[in-house]
Design a protein around this ligand. Structure first.
Ligand SMILES: C[S@@+](CC[C@H](N)C(=O)[O-])C[C@H]1O[C@@H](n2cnc3c(N)ncnc32)[C@H](O)[C@@H]1O
Length: 589
């Protein structure tokens, strides 16, 4: 059991050592372009997901018990996943050559033995090689984007605003959930297009033969809302989300608020006005059963955003859903991120996403990718798990925590400071008055101090805010300004670390009780962030004790002007027009 003492007390401002073990490959079908291999697995179970319940397996691990009615036979998660893998592989075998230039893998059920921290046995879909991959960096699969008309499988946000919802959303629509929200809308439309009973959403993008079948199999194979309620924090119940809220400086409530704000706007201004385009619920055929799902509704949107966060990738300058490549699971070691590149097609070359192996593989080995270098909270909030590399360890894992600082609302120089921030970044994204920085336990990010020195500038240093310095002041902030200002900046970091640690300390893990897998994930994030915060605190506290050793603005300026040494009459030969002529110094400060 876990107790949280502070209910929703967050403010809007607060915002590699072991490997994945014993992956055993369980699934079956072998994908190749040869029609001889087509449809080896057509035994579909009848699924009744409402009976999905978590249970602790005999091995002490945690599995999802999906009671599936196939006749009277109860089947398990494994059987359901095998059915879904079959649906995906059948579509790949039949239509894969219509879209993929190469796909040396098939979808399979991957079994990961109990994780040492979460004690979680896991079964999930993944990719396995269908041939030997001989060298690191070899291309395993590629998917063209077809960005202009969206006629391929890949989904990108611009297809929502410029094509599918061009006449349904106002020009320049810019939701709080950003690109993830737009991809979620596209995903819901793909689900609606498969509705077997009622409105089918918008019949766009138009796709070539074969591709709709691939899309349909992929959508069908996605984890159901019930499964996502265990796989993704945005779908967890409120009590677990509250623990996560206090376990990280990255605030899950901010994401939930963004979703809430977007969906209430979308509901009021689009969905509820046009249910023909935006069906509230749909019926999906999965195997030989029909499942009713929420679609353009509160639950439907949250589900779609969680799927997008869990399986979208930033490739070639855009967040994208990349069906089939996205079956690849994450591995910390010997794996590459998906990248953009040219794909040789019959008529020339197309832009697309490339999945390359990070090591040589034998046929049947799992093909993993890297989901990128990010902290534990990011992994959990994006993908619903915390990889080994993000766990706290005595040897120092890749621990990260976030600290947020802002230019105070009551600061009498606030307008000048915002003007400086805007001036400095006018050709980039506007620099906000509130800024978030990662701390990893070592020397803090110089950009954090630069921002804090400006945010804390005041008193006798306020002359630097005069308009004469406007072009230079941001550069001045990259180095210590004055001892007072530096103390204010360092104290802000100390306070932020102490407050974040205090909030985490309010979570009491009752001794001796086994934590549920979700709470264990929260504890992992807490452990890793604590380590990053404690190490940062230690570093910055030492820094605070040695502020007198730093060189400050006035001193640097005098040095630049050659006025830093004690003056003596011998230094200046005034009789021969020496250097110290009254009024001759370049006093531009
Ligand atoms: C891009 S999808 C990969 C395909 C997915 N396993 C499926 O069943 O469709 C990402 C999701 O797979 C799971 N996943 C991938 N790699 C994992 C890992 N190393 N440990 C735990 N879960 C992982 C997480 O649920 C994650 O959100």
């Amino acid at each position: 059991m876990v107790t949280v003492n502070n209910r929703r007390s967050w403010s809007s401002a607060a915002l590699l050592s072991c490997s994945i073990q014993l992956i055993s490959i369980v699934s079956t079908s072998c994908f190749s372009w040869s029609p001889l291999n087509h449809r080896q697995h057509t035994q579909f179970a009848t699924l009744k997901p409402s009976s999905l319940q978590p249970y602790y397996s005999n091995s002490g691990g945690y599995e999802w018990n999906l009671n599936v009615a196939s006749g009277d036979t109860a089947t398990t998660t494994r059987e359901k996943l095998e059915t879904l893998a079959t649906i995906a592989n059948d579509a790949l075998t039949e239509h894969g050559s219509d879209i993929f230039k190469s796909f040396k893998a098939r979808v399979a059920v991957i079994s990961q033995s109990a994780d040492e921290d979460t004690q979680q046995d896991a079964l999930r879909l993944g990719l396995v090689a269908t041939e030997n991959i001989r060298k690191e960096d070899e291309l395993v699969a590629s998917l063209p984007f077809y960005d202009t008309d969206g006629s391929g499988l890949a989904l990108a946000p611009h297809l929502a605003t410029k094509l599918v919802y061009k006449d349904k959303l106002p020009e320049g629509y810019d939701g709080w959930t950003g690109d993830a929200g737009l991809l979620a809308m596209l995903l819901l439309n793909e689900m609606a297009r498969l509705n077997v009973d009622g409105s089918k959403g918008i019949d766009l993008p138009t796709r070539k033969d074969g591709i709709p079948s691939l899309m349909s199999a992929w959508v069908t194979s996605l984890p159901s809302p019930e499964e996502m309620s265990n796989l993704h924090p945005l779908m967890w119940d409120e009590d677990d989300q509250e623990v996560l809220q206090s376990s990280s400086t990255k605030k899950i409530y901010r994401f939930l608020d963004d979703i809430e704000d977007d969906l209430s706007w979308l509901d009021e201004n689009a969905w509820s006005l046009d249910r023909e385009t935006f069906p509230e619920t749909i019926k999906l055929q999965i195997g030989d059963s029909i499942e009713e799902r929420q679609c353009f509704s509160t639950e439907g949107f949250r589900y779609a955003v969680s799927l997008v966060r869990s399986r979208s990738f930033f490739v070639d300058g855009s967040l994208r859903l990349l069906p089939y490549l996205d079956y690849a699971n994450h591995d910390d070691f010997d794996s590459f991120e998906l990248v953009g590149g040219g794909i040789g097609m019959l008529w020339g070359s197309a832009k697309g996403a490339l999945l390359k192996s990070g090591k040589s593989l034998r046929e049947g080995d799992e093909v993993c990718i890297s989901y990128g270098p990010k902290g534990g909270a990011d992994y959990l909030l994006d993908h619903g798990f915390v990889p080994p590399m993000c766990k706290a360890s005595s040897t120092g894992g890749a621990v990260t925590s976030e600290l947020t600082f802002e230019v105070d609302d009551t600061d009498r120089f606030r307008d000048d400071k915002l003007d400086i921030l805007e001036y400095e970044t006018y050709d980039l994204a506007p620099m906000e008055p509130s800024q978030v920085f990662d701390v990893t336990g070592g020397r803090p990010d110089p950009a954090m101090y630069q921002f804090l020195r400006l945010a804390k500038l005041g008193g006798k240093d306020a002359f630097l805010l005069e308009s004469i310095f406007r072009k230079e002041v941001w550069g001045f902030m990259s180095e210590p300004v004055s001892e007072d200002n530096e103390r204010a900046a360092v104290t802000a970091v100390i306070d932020a670390c102490e407050n974040a640690l205090k909030e985490m300390d309010e979570i009491i893990d009752e001794e001796g009780s086994a934590l549920s897998p979700k709470l264990q994930l929260c504890a992992l994030v807490r452990g890793s962030e604590r380590q990053a915060l404690e190490r940062t605190l230690e570093y910055v506290t030492q820094e605070a004790e040695a502020l007198d050793l730093k060189e400050y603005y006035q001193e640097r300026r005098l040095k630049n002007l050659g006025l830093d040494s004690d003056w003596s009459p011998e230094d200046d030969d005034v009789s021969f027009g020496g250097t110290r002529v009254p009024g001759g110094a370049d006093y531009d400060w």
